[in-house]
Design a binder for this molecule. Structure first.
Ligand SMILES: Nc1ncnc2c1ncn2[C@@H]1O[C@H](COP(=O)(O)OP(=O)(O)OP(=O)(O)O)[C@@H](O)[C@H]1O
Length: 637
């Protein structure tokens, strides 16, 4: 909902504020009902317009925990925020991601607006819950569960009246409110299209979350017109192995007239379709076909992914399991080979052991592509049809990772879900479990994991019967695990279990296929557009040290593509982020990939980048193309 439509002329708003300040009852109709409701809530929370906010601001470690808690959201939102920022750059505004409690997780903004914004604490770690800061787009969007714009004097607190803010909620495919996306700026920078832009961007994030969560399930793409499929307006619906709806996006809810309360129902309760029909669609995999909702509305549908499989066949089960054609086993791994001999050797060895129940340990610097590699091993193995489940052992505090990995019995701890949770190990049943940053696994959990690997069964936290598990294991680490074993920080017996075969991925600076890789990344970012690097930029790409490896290169190219003018297909210096272009052009010979002490180079670069970002670790990590965890770890030494 866009408040701007309902905003009365300035005089009415001034009159309303005068009433507010004198504590008088507001005459009805003076301001938009949504603002009126929010002002009442703000008063109810004990706030006064003239008083400055007394809001909590999380210290760095707690902020990190909050960011890790919503890691999925942050990861999916980041590229969309960059895109939004590129669209609004120079307009004196900032893009903000907050969690479902109104806590700011990440911000991206124009430097000239940032200092002003900092004065009212538009900073990661600050709470913009209505109870703390009164009416504001983030807090009010959360309170109303709707997209909201709050302009100038509609903000409850006087100190925020220089702002114009627009926020839209971000909802998970299972209906949980995850947070809000917001654009805030100086009230003079208000633009009529911002509301549409923010809502579309929130939908983009929701669709990315849907793909991430249901990427291996049967997915239905729906729209009233065939050409609408594949656009941001398409409805997405995921169906589990029993033929029940397990996830939807916002567009699907609107198209099918559903609410999240209908999750768990059988597909046939919503769409008139048959098992045979879905099977045919999956086999053809091509053009959308016409279907009807049970209410009789005509839609077009394209099916993707795996058909429902292990559903027990009971009377009334109309969906059958459908075998899918599998890509040839070598494909996913072969796609990673772009001519570097070290990489080709790693691929070749991985291919030989894929599917043979040999644990893989993938080593390599941060951003070198360990997770991408592990996924390709899974996709090239006989387990490809079952899930690939990734767990980052460094991202969660010990007690959470324990519950996350091993699952828990109902009521196992405060805050646990009533029905318990199966845990990531069981979710990987039949597929691959990928344990990233295994070197950071706390000692107590190392023992538990070892037991699972030995016994091939898992006992949920809080008790319960052991459950047999079957999965392929791939672990990854950026640190020499052998050394950690020698230092007594990592269990030797677990190390030997994990290390059926160790594969080391080369850092980008020592790969001979840097330019071929850049070409592939560009192809992936803008398929068929023929975008290439200009000669001087290509030469610089080849020379540069790439401390953030492939992740950094992918980020740099993503920005460059976004900065190209329509129809432009050449990337020049001015398309690169300033700091990277500066590093690349630096006469400093330590940027040569041949140079020895790249560890200290990275450290120096990291420190400089953190300073350039005013101490904002998230922004610095983003610029460097490394994860925030890695940045903290490297700086800690
Ligand atoms: N083969 C590839 N082709 C193109 N881009 C790649 C490739 N491998 C990795 N990337 C890019 O680099 C990013 C980081 O890759 P990945 O997460 O696999 O690295 P990592 O080594 O696991 O990093 P970390 O140790 O920080 O978790 C990917 O999101 C992708 O953008």
């Amino acid at each position: 909902m866009d408040l701007a439509k309902g905003v009365p002329p300035g005089q009415a708003l001034r009159q309303a504020r005068a009433c507010l300040e004198r504590g008088q009852v507001l005459p009805s109709g003076l301001i938009h009902p949504l603002v009126e409701r929010s002002w009442r809530r703000s008063q109810g929370a004990g706030l006064a317009p003239w008083r400055a906010a007394q809001a909590p601001h999380l210290a760095a470690p707690l902020l990190r925990e909050a960011q890790d808690r919503r890691r999925d959201l942050v990861m999916r939102a980041r590229p969309v925020m960059e895109y939004l920022h590129a669209q609004t750059r120079g307009s004196g505004s900032m893009v903000i991601l907050a969690d479902e409690r109104g806590l700011l997780l990440e911000t991206l903004g124009d430097a000239d607006f940032l200092s002003r914004a900092e004065r009212v604490a538009l900073l990661p770690g600050a709470s913009w819950h209505e109870n703390h800061r009164g009416t504001n787009a983030i807090g009010t969007a959360l309170a109303e569960s709707a997209a909201v714009s709050v302009h100038g004097g509609e903000h409850f607190l006087d100190q925020n009246s220089f702002l114009t803010c627009t926020a839209a909620p971000v909802v998970a495919p299972d209906g949980h409110l995850l947070g809000v996306l917001d654009i805030s700026g100086h009230h003079r920078s208000r633009h009529p299209h911002t509301a549409g832009l923010v809502s579309a961007a929130a939908h983009m994030i929701e669709n990315r979350l849907f793909e991430a969560r249901h990427g291996t399930a049967l997915r239905l793409h729906l729209h009233p017109q065939p050409d609408g499929i594949g656009t941001l307006a398409e409805g997405l619906l995921a169906v589990d192995g029993d033929g029940r709806i397990c996830g939807v996006n916002r567009a699907a809810l609107a198209l099918l007239g559903l609410t999240h309360a209908r999750l768990g129902e059988r597909l046939e309760a919503v769409l008139e379709t048959s098992a045979g029909r879905l099977a045919d669609l999956l086999r053809q995999g091509g053009d959308p076909v016409a279907v009807r909702t049970v209410g009789g509305q005509a839609l077009f549908l394209r099916a993707e992914g795996l058909a429902p499989t292990p559903a027990p066949v009971t009377a009334g089960t109309r969906l059958r399991s459908v075998p899918l054609p599998r890509p040839s086993a070598a494909d996913a791994l072969a796609a990673l080979d772009s001519g570097d001999p070290q990489m080709a050797q790693a691929i070749d060895r991985a291919r030989k052991v894929a599917g043979k129940d040999i644990a893989l340990l993938v080593m390599g610097e941060s951003g070198a592509g360990k997770e991408v590699f592990a996924r390709a091993v899974h996709d090239s193995s006989p387990r490809a049809k079952a899930p690939f489940v990734a767990v980052n052992c460094a991202a969660l505090p010990e007690h959470l990772i324990e519950a996350e990995l091993f699952g828990y019995a109902p009521g196992a701890f405060t805050g646990a879900r009533r029905e318990g949770a199966p845990g990531r190990i069981r979710q990987a049943q039949g597929g691959t479990l990928f344990l990233d940053e295994i070197g950071d696994m706390p000692a107590g959990l190392q023992t538990r994991l070892l037991r699972v690997l030995q016994d091939r069964q898992v006992v949920p936290l809080g008790g319960g019967k052991p459950v047999a598990v079957d999965f392929a294991l791939i672990a990854a680490t950026h640190q020499p695990l052998k050394q950690a074993v020698a230092d007594g920080q990592f269990r030797a017996d677990l190390y030997y279990r994990l290390n059926g075969l160790t594969l080391t991925l080369p850092p980008l600076r020592s790969r001979s296929d840097r330019l071929a890789l850049a070409g592939r990344v560009l192809d992936g970012l803008a398929p068929g557009s023929g975008i290439t690097l200009s000669d001087p930029v290509a030469a610089a790409f080849d020379r540069y040290g790439w401390p953030g490896n492939l992740r950094q290169m992918a980020n740099v190219l993503r920005t460059a593509v976004a900065l190209l003018d329509p129809g432009d297909t050449r990337i020049h210096w001015h398309h690169l982020p300033d700091d990277v272009a500066e590093e690349m052009r630096s006469p400093d010979p330590t940027h040569s990939p041949q140079d020895g002490d790249l560890r200290s180079l990275s450290l120096e670069l990291m420190e400089r980048t953190v300073t350039a970002c005013g101490g904002n670790m998230s922004r610095a990590a983003q610029r460097l193309g490394i994860s925030r965890n890695t940045l903290y770890r490297r700086l800690r030494g």
